[in-house]
Design a protein around this ligand. Structure first.
Ligand code: ADP
Ligand code: GLC
Length: 485
């Protein structure tokens, strides 16, 4: 089958979070299953760095009409990698900006126009470069494709047998815009109702995608259940519920060619379950890299690598920071995002320079070195659709402490000292004391080197490769295609 992915992020071209890892890793896996894969992305400056200097244009100009003017986009050939064809939508006035979505923690004011143009350009480009059987869309930024397809392009004969699958990587980001967006994007006003594009007087990209896609997926089974409830549905729980069995959970995999301590080129030393000596080297070098005091073997190194966003549960860390100061541990943090979290971690590191280290920013190589050098990985997320870092941690022998939500709950099993089964430590309540209790269970286990080694090896033996998930997507493509055959 010919599958077209449209997304706003993809490794190696542009990344702010796990969406990019998924859009980077899943298409090559689908090629291995015999599908033809095309990936469309916006041409950001970040992406240009991964493309040849003299770009080759395959479509010089597509006209995208808005209410009072037209915009024009070109399609750039990004070439083939691992059998996947990449195309970039080039519209410099919308995409040639320093950030993907907006200045630090914010949004560009014209994001509705940027991503509506992207969606429509993908549809128009497909008519020239190849109409797929399936559009596989990711998050709100590409969620208007099904809306256009079933309305604006409703009578276009070439799309009569094309199905849409929307994957929700994070229901917390929906693309909310003022009602007049309807008119600006040239949709008829009768689409602006609560059963279509409207969500409580906002124009909502994600909702449009949920209404008009043939099938909807999200990135773990647990999250697929959670989002049907008011607590996790981010005010879309009714539509998630309404989609019933059309909403499925397929767990993300990991690209082990990128995230494997045996071969990872970012590490000062490699290691395997059979020979863990390299992990000690990684740990010592990481401690030095963060300018912490050299650690005794008995002191565990806890790590955080994350976007700093409310979703990630860092509000719980401040209330237990002084309790953690009393414990025998060290902490390294890599992240960027909301200023309040950056300030909190920075101040903590200033107060405890020997044992708390912070690096503000985005640094992929450092993220790998942290996964390898840490003993414990902390993800206290309020909600987590899948979460990739805890899965990377397992492979690197870094024991996760996580909140039992979404993909964190699906991928981490609580350590049971009696049976010696389990891969990490989980807490359920969304409160600081449950988090502290889980950290304390981890510290108690760390105090016994035999127990800890067992836990590490349990995690390292887990496989979350893409092969299984790609098969599940493949079956879903068949199902969606059959509906429009
Ligand atoms: P989310 O997509 O919600 O941010 P995931 O756990 O799915 O969470 O994926 C996060 C991805 O982004 C991982 O690959 C992680 O290593 C990476 N990442 C997050 N923050 C940083 C950072 N500051 N520097 C480098 N990589 C980061
Ligand atoms: C989102 C989610 C994260 C998930 C990632 C990839 O950003 O927050 O949990 O792992 O998408 O699907």
């Amino acid at each position: 089958m010919h599958i077209v992915f449209a997304a706003s992020e993809c490794v190696p071209f542009a990344k702010t979070g796990g969406l990019a890892d998924v859009v980077g890793a899943l298409p090559p896996e689908l090629v291995r299953l015999g599908h033809k894969l095309t990936v469309y992305l916006p041409l950001y400056p970040q992406a240009r760095r991964h493309l040849p200097a003299n770009l080759s244009t395959v479509v010089p100009s597509i006209t995208i009409p808005f209410e009072y003017y037209n915009r024009f986009a070109a399609v750039i050939d990004g070439g083939q990698r691992a059998g996947v064809q990449y195309y970039f939508i080039d519209c410099p006035e919308l995409f040639d900006r320093p950030e993907l979505y907006g200045p630090k923690g914010g949004e560009y004011e014209d994001n509705s126009e940027r991503f509506a143009l992207f969606c429509r350009a993908v549809i128009e480009a497909s008519k020239i470069l190849g109409v797929p059987q399936i559009y596989h869309l990711h998050d709100w930024q590409s969620a208007l494709i099904p809306v256009y397809l079933r309305n604006t392009y409703g009578n276009d004969p070439v799309f009569q047998h094309t199905s849409c699958i929307l994957t929700v990587h994070n229901a917390g980001y929906q693309g909310w815009f003022p009602p007049r967006t309807t008119q600006h994007l040239l949709f008829p006003w009768d689409l602006f109702t609560m059963d279509k594009l409207e969500q409580y007087d906002t124009f909502n990209f994600l909702k449009g995608g949920l209404v008009y896609s043939d099938l909807v997926t999200t990135v773990s089974r647990k999250y697929a259940e959670e989002i049907r409830t008011p607590e996790f549905g981010c005010k879309l729980d009714d539509i998630f519920t309404r989609r019933g069995s059309d909403l499925r959970g397929i767990l993300n995999g990991v690209d082990y060619s990128e995230w494997n301590p045996a071969t990872d080129k970012n590490l000062p030393a490699n290691f395997t379950p059979q020979d863990l000596t390299g992990k000690d080297i990684c740990r010592n070098e990481l401690v030095a890299e963060f300018n912490l005091k050299p650690l005794e073997n008995s002191t565990p190194l806890i790590a955080i690598v994350s976007r700093f966003a409310e979703q990630k549960g860092f509000d719980f860390i401040a209330p237990i920071a002084s309790a953690l100061d009393q414990r025998n541990l060290a902490l390294v943090v890599l992240g960027s995002g909301e200023g309040s979290y950056e300030r909190f971690f920075r101040n903590w590191a200033l107060a405890q320079p020997d044992r708390v280290g912070i690096h503000i920013g985005y640094n992929d190589a450092l993220a790998h070195r942290i996964e390898a050098g840490a003993d414990i990985f902390l993800m206290p997320s309020r909600y987590e659709p899948c979460g990739l870092n805890q899965i990377y941690s397992l492979k690197y022998g870094t024991v996760p402490v996580v909140r039992a939500t979404g993909g964190l709950d699906d991928t981490i099993e609580e350590w049971d000292p009696a049976t010696k089964k389990g891969t990490g430590f989980k807490f359920h309540g969304y409160n600081p004391s449950d988090l502290l209790a889980a950290i304390d269970r981890a510290l108690a286990a760390y105090a016994s080197p035999d127990v800890w080694q067992h836990l590490m090896l349990n995690g390292m033996s887990k496989e979350y490769s893409w092969t299984r998930s790609a098969r599940e997507y493949s079956a879903l493509y068949e199902e969606a295609a059959a509906r429009r055959a």
